[in-house]
Write a protein that binds this ligand. Structure first.
Ligand code: ZN
Length: 82
């Protein structure tokens, strides 16, 4: 079975599969898991958030604040695990 989430397989993925997770706001983490909101929008999240509660996915999707701002003010956001 090929390792789709490890090694050279990631080199062809945009940004090599990494970025800021919209749910836990961790930076440079691998975003290889897809979560769907209750309205059907798809979002790439990290491994830790692949099992996050669906209300957290919805809150992260609906937040219109930019990711760096949300990361900086993480403590003010109720849905982010600190
Ligand atoms: Zn995450």
């Amino acid at each position: 079975m090929p390792k789709v989430n490890r090694g050279k397989a990631l080199w062809n993925v945009p940004a090599r599969g990494r970025g800021t997770c919209p749910i836990c706001l961790a930076t440079r983490i691998k975003l290889l898991y897809t979560r769907t909101t209750s309205h059907g929008e798809q979002m790439k999240v990290c491994k830790r958030c692949s099992a996050a509660a669906s209300h957290k996915v919805d809150e992260a999707y609906l937040s219109n604040l930019p990711l760096p701002f949300r990361r900086k003010h993480k403590k003010l956001l109720p849905h982010v695990r600190t």
